[in-house]
Ligand binder design. Structure first.
Ligand code: ADP
Ligand code: MG
Length: 696
């Protein structure tokens, strides 16, 4: 396919355009993490510039991922003046390697006072540079970079992710060595994120202040039909949508993104796209580009892509399924059980490391899935609960039990599946069934972390996963390194780990109330909101593990805690203010006018036809007026709640926004939605759920 990767300065382009020695040196940096020689950077910059100019580029940008969760870019033209008043196109090694954007307008969580505005971006050569083009003909060479402060602290999502990949590689290679592996020199965490999203018609979007400003509907009565017919998931894709998907795929393929799977999701107007997995760093960059491209392409089709976790109440929201595994640089997937997992000691050891990590650091994983939007989903029977547990499936659960009982001697197999129709092929069953309700499910040769928010960067979940697994692997390696009898020590160690941590394994229905009770008995944390989750980021345990593996320092963790807390408060504040505005300036006037018109109609009927029965209209007027009164009272209550927030700060502010402001919003919505069902459809000032969800 000609277009695939056509806008990427990828390995093939580098091999073709770089002198052999420079190519080799760069490749060594990319593959082995060695430092890059500045002379090589000079050569690469020159080749990159020529390539970009041939593609029509006029500008370049360092592309980075500040703590907003979005991406940032500052464009510079390649031009450089000559003495005769003309310009030449230039791009130096220094410009490739380092940028210096003003850092003062990005969240730093107190790491950097605003007057110390200096921030740097540094070229991340492990993620290939690419060309970004838009419909207006702007063509920009885009260089993935890490972003940090003058004092060297990370101000972005990429730096700790890269550090965590290093940490995991170091510990995993160490453990592999103990198993006699002498060929693998690096271990890479791999990720394939499945991205869910909604598409709605742009006209509806633009007519709703809530969608415009907050990405979700703050009012909206449930339509008569939602997702109960189960007719949307995997349904035949409408032509308008398949037209959008076609263009989306083409754009993504040009960027070298392995967009593969697409389908309708559970809720009406909801869809999913999944790429083929890649290295975590690249998968993370690509996921940012996928989100960006979804929005851009939707716009070209008169659509708007909603990435919010819960754009519509009453139907499923969106998430991301973060499929994660570990592979060696010589191609061995460390979470592949093989056909006889019971005697695959190496696999079982890595599996135990993951089980131990997820149990011991459940709070950190929970934080990595926390954002204000996800508070609406986790535990609401559409996404995993807020309780972290692991689904292992029949085969591995059986092996785990055998190990606990003294040693594993057999592996259950799936057997042959017969459907009773001779013309259909027989095939071997998978060794595990699926469990869609589990937050962390083993799916054959990888784990699927299903709590990740749809709009968030996947950097944090993977940074946490890599770090906590690096830690448990290091603990295992510490013990095994000292073992006199490796096999005996390993057997004991795995038994000990599984006996201690089997409480995290749960193969049943995670949506059930029984599980919530059972999990409490097992002592598993049930952290219901983002606000509750955040303090775990700065706990001693968290600082210890992140510092030990040089992923985040105490200061960096504190800054991240501050940023996330502040983001939570700001999001709820914006939502509350938007609600108040819509209540006062859109809904109240429309309903009051409708009730007034109805009252006028009653009067004119009475004066035109004496004795006419207008009790039905009067009943409606009474009901509307009563609800409008409650609506107004609750608007005032929300206004007061928002005002009161000014007196709170720090963690208290987070708690206040959740308990006082958010709950006042919930109360106001009840009356707004009730009023929607009472007034003339033609008079209601907002596009309805039925229109938004079904008219695409
Ligand atoms: P499902 O919806 O059944 O979970 P999909 O095919 O939609 O499955 O998504 C599975 C994702 O897992 C894909 O992105 C795939 O590339 C990814 N994946 C497969 N193997 C690995 C692996 N070893 N490491 C990380 N991700 C993987
Ligand atoms: Mg999945």
């Amino acid at each position: 396919m000609g277009i695939f990767g056509s806008n990427v300065f990828n390995d093939a382009v580098m091999r073709e355009r770089l002198p052999k020695a420079s190519y080799k040196a760069l490749k060594k940096t990319i593959d082995e993490g060695t430092a890059l020689n500045p002379n090589v950077a000079e050569v690469v910059a020159s080749a990159m510039k020529d390539w970009a100019l041939e593609k029509g580029a006029t500008h370049f940008t360092h592309w980075f991922q500040p703590m907003t969760g979005l991406t940032a870019e500052k464009h510079d033209a390649f031009i450089s003046p000559t003495s005769d008043g003309k310009v030449i196109m230039e791009f130096s090694g220094k410009e490739l390697i380092q940028g210096e954007p003003d850092a003062s307008s990005f969240p730093s969580g107190g790491i950097r006072a605003t007057f110390e505005a200096r921030g740097y971006t540094a070229w991340d050569c492990t993620s290939p540079a690419f060309i970004k083009e838009d419909r207006n003909g702007n063509i920009t060479l885009t260089i993935p970079t890490a972003f940090y402060s003058y004092t060297g602290e990370s101000l972005d999502k990429k730096t700790p992710l890269l550090r965590s990949m290093e940490a995991l590689s170091k510990q995993a290679v160490r453990l592999l060595g103990l198993f006699g592996n002498t060929t693998s020199t690096r271990v890479i965490s791999t990720v394939g994120p499945e991205q869910e999203y909604f598409l709605i018609d742009k006209n509806f979007y633009e007519a709703r202040m809530d969608l415009l400003l907050t990405g979700r509907t703050l009012f909206g009565a449930s339509p008569s039909k939602g997702q109960e017919m189960e007719d949307h998931y995997f349904g035949s894709i409408k032509e308008r949508i398949s037209g959008f998907m076609k263009e989306l795929n083409e754009e993504l393929w040009k960027l070298g993104i392995l967009a593969k799977t697409q389908h309708n999701e559970v809720a009406p107007a909801q869809f999913e796209i999944a790429p083929i997995f890649s290295t975590t760093n690249i998968a993370t960059d690509h996921n940012q580009l996928v989100m960006d491209t979804l929005k851009k392409v939707a716009n070209r089709h008169g659509l708007v892509c909603l990435l919010h976790e819960k754009p519509f109440a009453g139907v499923n929201g969106s998430g991301k399924h973060n499929n994660w595994s570990m592979s060696t640089n010589d191609g061995l997937n460390l979470l592949d059980p093989g056909s006889t997992p019971h005697d695959n000691a190496q696999f079982l050891t890595f599996l135990c490391a993951v089980i131990k990590a997820v149990d011991e650091y459940a709070e950190l994983l929970r934080i990595s899935a926390a954002n204000p939007g996800n508070d609406h989903r986790l535990g609401a029977n559409e996404a995993p609960p807020a309780i972290i547990s692991i689904f292992l499936g029949d085969q591995l659960t059986d092996i785990v039990e055998q190990i606990q009982n003294g040693g594993a001697t057999s592996s259950k197999t799936g057997g042959i599946l017969k459907v009773g129709v001779t013309t259909l092929p027989e095939f071997s069953k998978d060794n595990t069934d699926r469990n869609r309700t589990s937050p962390f499910a083993f799916t054959g040769n990888k784990f699927e972390f299903r709590m990740v928010p749809s709009s968030a960067s996947i950097a944090c979940p993977n940074m946490v996963l890599n770090t906590i697994v690096a830690e448990t692997i290091s603990q295992i390696a510490d013990k095994l390194e000292k073992a006199k009898d490796f096999n005996a020590e390993l057997q004991d160690l795995l038994k000990e780990i599984l006996t201690k941590h089997n409480r995290i394994i749960f193969n049943g229905n995670n949506y059930s109330d029984e599980w919530v009770e059972e999990a409490a008995k097992r002592g598993l944390p049930n952290i219901k909101s983002m606000v509750e989750a955040l303090p775990h980021y700065i706990s001693d345990k968290s600082v210890k593990v992140f510092e030990k593996h040089s992923v985040l320092s105490k200061e960096e963790l504190h800054s991240r805690y501050e940023i996330l807390l502040e983001q939570y408060c700001k999001v709820i504040n914006i939502e509350a203010k938007t609600m108040i505005d819509m209540a006062n300036r859109t809904i109240f006037p429309a309903v009051a006018k409708y009730a007034g018109d109805l009252a006028g109609a009653v009067l004119s009927i009475k004066s035109a036809v004496s004795g006419a029965d207008t009790s039905a209209q009067e009943e409606v007027i009474k009901e509307i007026s009563a609800n409008l009164k409650s609506f107004k009272e609750n608007t005032t209550a929300l206004e007061k709640a928002v005002e009161g927030a000014a007196e709170t700060e720090g963690y208290e502010a987070g708690v206040y926004y959740r308990d006082k402001v958010f709950s006042a919003m919930t109360n106001l919505r009840i009356y707004g939605d009730k009023l929607e069902t009472m007034v003339d459809a033609d008079v209601w000032p907002l596009p309805t759920y039925a229109e938004m969800l079904f008219l695409i």
